[in-house]
Design a protein around this ligand. Sequence first.
Ligand code: NDP
Ligand code: MG
Length: 389
Amino acid sequence: MKRIGILGATGSIGIQTLEIVRDHREDIQVTALAAGSNAALLERQIREFRPRLAALYDEKAAKDLKERVSDLNVRVSCKMDGLLEIASMEETDALVTAVVGMIGVVPTLTAIQNGKDILLANKETLVTAGHLLMPLAKEKGVSVLPVDSEHSAIFQCLNGEKRGQVKKILLTASGGPFRGKKREELAGVRAEDALKHPNWSMGRKITIDSATLVNKGLEMMEARWLFDVEPERIQIVVQPQSVIHSMVEYVDGSVIAQLGLPDMKLPIQYALFYPDRLPMKLPELDFYELSQITFEKPDMETFYGLKLAFDAMRAGGSMPTVYNAANERAVALFLAHKISFLQIAEIIERCMQAHKTVENPNVETILETESWTYDTIRREIMPASLSGE
Ligand code: NDP
Ligand code: MG
């Protein structure tokens, strides 16, 4: 019996994780569930999966939840303390990190510190703190299993191979809803247009990240830490059908790919039961119907946010934190209709230009850099449109 906690239980990844658990109740026990503020859904999840601990980051929502589940044997906590309690609780073997954003950094490091395996969806944590997280995981002997579909694919392509014989990681991208468009055509797009992803159904932030290709930039940095590869050995390949989830090229020229339907349940289940593969209630990949798989080079002029990711990755240190934090804030502003689509990359670039990289930042410096980035946007980049906040 594997005992898991889930941070971000009410989100896209969290819900799908629980759907898999529902089919495997004899193998997986849910010990803790956490979310941001959605008390109504968390209550339903608590009633079904009966965790011992629950947390909502929002204090008021946590109070509401406490009343809702007062008839059950579950403790409810809030704020960062609640997430950390879940990350360190004795009764958990593995933590699914499915929160969105840098809020995942400290809980993930805490869970590793406490010997929990990590099923990692929360890519922002690896992007900003990968240089701390991976060595800590090694020291504590815990596994960091990727949930992100590309990284799950790379992980599968590396199975049984020698790491020293890897030549390149080929990270695939769908290209998002605006593939093939030019900058001028993107000037006026609205959040509603950007939220229509052609292949994947995901949370709002990552869907916007997929439209700007910033998601691919974040995934590149995620891959860099997860698989310990130098930035120069990661190549991005646009593959619009989202059937090849990524590939690994070896020194002999062989390229191994992992294919499957674009459904996050596949990588989530693989991480939950690794190294086993279990049957899945999904339609089969029908190659006759698919008929073709095509490839393109990413357009980094139009999708400038991806180019900036290369710059941030090469600069290293605290720069990926600036890249990530600026993007988090810019996406929130775009979703609130306060900035245009193209301004997302502009804001990231201006923050990166204003930042002086700190080498090898510790957690405090990472969090300070995050706050510095938000302050810079508020004070210097967007004062006019934010004055009402
Ligand atoms: P969603 O927006 O759907 O869900 C986010 C989850 O995080 C919700 O449960 C939300 O709670 C919770 N949350 C938000 N803020 C806090 C907080 N301060 N404290 C605790 N919980 C919080 O996101 P996704 O599921 O799409 O993505 C989650 C992560 O997984 C992201 O890092 C994303 O990049 C990554 N990922 C997602 C994929 C996907 O297919 N969705 C694919 C690959 C990676 P509430 O509902 O209460 O707000
Ligand atoms: Mg992905």
